[in-house]
Design a protein around this ligand. Structure first.
Ligand code: 13P
Length: 253
């Protein structure tokens, strides 16, 4: 059985004081979780990563960035490289989060460049995929997810794919309170695993962790985690309240 993986994406929230306070609350809460049979990672905004890294230093919670750039250094004003993130203690980064795809306009090729650069830079990428409401309503979910998975993983060999986590985040479920039902989520997770199995060895497809994201909360975490192909949760809003995030971690552990 794979170790569950719960990640908190803080998006553009918190400030210098509350980010460190939240990290400390989560660290202290996690130390009381029996068995520790769960991987946990926090994704604060870039500007608070270093402070968060310090506050996490004596815990086994990992740190991640919400985005990266695909070059390692140079004249790319405003961008942050994988090397810089490694340097301040990040292990993970999100690639292709739906808000970057749909608000900022990132396309599949850019997302793939980021996934490759993350791995080459020693980071563990979480490739985010998900369909829009109108795509689900017009039966395009399978087509959209296949495209995002195939394009997102393009050029990755067997060794590289083992660094990847995939997050299925239906766009209509993000920040809306309308969580996908466990059955809806399981259906897409199984499809993603099958897609990965068509490109790589079946064993690698079985091993890859697929998180669900989209209005995950304490009330639905256990039911989602009970699905055979749901290996973790990528939590937005509920990760900003230590009590809720810890309850989700407990449900996954
Ligand atoms: P919410 O949990 O707020 O719906 O956000 C999900 C998400 O986008 C995590 O990356």
């Amino acid at each position: 059985m794979k170790k569950p993986f719960v990640a908190g994406n803080w998006k553009m929230n918190t400030d210098s004081h509350s980010s460190v306070a939240l990290v400390k609350e989560i660290v202290s809460g996690c130390s009381n979780i029996a068995g520790h049979n769960v991987d946990v990672a926090l994704f604060p905004p870039f500007v608070y990563l270093q402070a968060a890294s310090k506050a996490l230093s004596s815990s086994d919670i990992s740190l991640g960035a919400q985005d990266i750039f695909y070059e390692q250094k140079g004249a790319f004003t405003g961008e942050i490289s994988p090397a810089m993130l490694k340097d301040i203690g990040c292990s993970y980064c999100l690639c292709g989060h739906s808000e970057r795809r749909h608000v900022i306009g990132e396309d599949d090729e850019l997302v793939n460049n980021k996934v490759v650069a993350a791995i080459n830079g020693g980071l563990l990428p979480i490739l985010c995929v998900g369909e829009l409401l109108e795509q689900r309503e017009t039966s395009q979910t399978q087509e959209v997810i296949s495209r995002q998975i195939n394009a997102g993983l393009a050029g990755l060999n067997d060794q590289m794919i083992s660094a990847v986590t995939i997050a299925y985040e239906p766009v209509w479920a993000i920040g809306t309170g309308h969580t996908a039902t466990p059955q809806q989520a399981q259906e897409v997770h199984a499809m993603i695993r099958e897609l990965v199995g068509r490109i790589y060895e079946k064993e690698l497809a079985q091993q890859i962790r697929i998180q669900y994201g989209g209005s995950a909360k304490p009330a639905n975490a256990a039911q989602l985690m009970a699905q055979p192909d749901i290996d973790g949760l990528l939590v937005g809003g509920a990760s900003l309240k230590a009590e809720d995030f810890l309850a989700i971690i407990c449900a996954a552990a």
